[in-house]
Design a protein around this ligand. Sequence first.
Ligand code: HXC
Length: 510
Amino acid sequence: MKDILSELEDRRNDARLGGGQKRIDAQHARGKLTARERIDLLLDEGSFEEFDMFVSHRCTDFGMENQKPAGDGVVTGWGTINGRMVYVFSQDFTVLGGSVSATHAQKICKIMDMAMQNGAPVIGINDSGGARIQEGVDALAGYAEIFQRNTMASGVIPQISVIMGPCAGGAVYSPAMTDFIFMVKDTSYMFVTGPDVVKTVTNEVVTAEELGGASTHTKKSSVADGAFENDVEALAEVRRLVDFLPLNNREKPPVRPFFDEPGRLETSLDTLIPDNPNTPYDMKELITKVADEGDFYEIQEDFAKNIITGFIRLEGQTVGVVANQPMVLAGCLDIDSSRKAARFVRFCDCFEIPILTLVDVPGFLPGTSQEYGGVIKHGAKLLFAYGEATVPKVTVITRKAYGGAYDVMASKHLRGDFNYAWPTAEIAVMGAKGATEIIHRADLGDSDKIAKHAQNYEDRFANPFVAAERGFIDEVIMPQSTRRRVSRAFASLRNKSLKNPWKKHDNIPL
Ligand code: HXC
């Protein structure tokens, strides 16, 4: 008996060593943690329960029969984050470069199936050379099994990908189908074809970092949602994100204890809007002053900064925030900001997270690059996302709400539940100058007349009261009372029940 017990311990120790001390040292020398060290940091201490520690591959080609490391390059199992269950897989680059074999993929599929059955998120830590070259189509089949599960799990359980090493070729498509992707600066990269292939095909010379590093994907492509300095920081931020999310689409988001008076007045907000309507101000100030304890978890902070997306809590409950940012491109909507916000709104709606929309938008960005790039279709994504969302929607217009962008930003007409405006709101088809130049074209040569027309237009429309008279704005509120008003609005909507008509699925303008 004792021998058997010690054999188990020996086998476990062997499996825990992955590809051996030399490769572990090499991993550390690159500033990367091992698969198991990452799991230890991600999960609550001592909560990890491992599956399939002794699984090994079945390949017999290219001498693989003599190389059968226990675990086959991926550590899988479940554990808790602040007491709440999550499933996790963590690829082990020290074992055959973390490459994906048929059995490696089966291990991942097993925990994905269990996550679906038990209603808990999946967090995938990616650090892999891609499909195991020695296995050929078996490895490709394994990937496709994962892709299929990613698709089925979408909107049912949150899926989070953390890229902590190479992720190339078709392998990128599993993370791409998950809800959030986080990358580590300087040690992770994602691309469909690497720098060598790029050079051969297009003659472009580019480094792996430039082509698919964390900066590229958080600033240019928007493939990734956040970039962090190192593994430790990235994993700590994943823990923070999980705290905002429900475990599945049948559960409400968690309610945390809060130590911030919901009725807190912020008198400084009464002077947030500058006297000059063209002077910007920082919308993040409003977000943090409304949020419990000023805590704001931003998503896609470095991309399309003219719109802000992220999570706050009100009375301890998670709320998704979408806000125009007047500091960047005057807060206008364009292709990138529409795509960014639409995806966020749809995530919130899948997982029953109420949405707070803060509006200061002068309209859609004009120009050939926008039109040629399909701003009509991309703008429609955001319109569609808000229109189909059935979660509680509370909107506050702080200043401009012009044109189609007024309609898009969770207006009353898109089933906004509470539509508030500050007294500084201007709800109109367009700004006074542009409007005057169109409807008084005959007077364009007379600057006095034009100024008078513009003043008339402003007096008539640059306020929230015309919309309030029609019931499109439910109430004009004091800026200082925004937290109290918004918190009470969401509290009143906790039992909201709204269903869209039955359909197989919608046809959002992709
Ligand atoms: C088998 C692999 C492997 C792979 C790496 N290794 N990738 N083994 N299949 N795909 C092994 C190496 O042989 C090496 O083994 C160990 O992992 C570490 O790799 P190194 O090359 O020494 O590390 P490094 O210099 O850091 O380079 C990492 C790398 C490189 C950039 C990822 O290994 C690489 O280019 N690998 C091939 C990538 C690739 O073309 N993959 C297929 C992509 S197509 P030893 O024993 O020497 O330590 C794909 C299709 C997916 O993935 C399809 C989905 C539809």
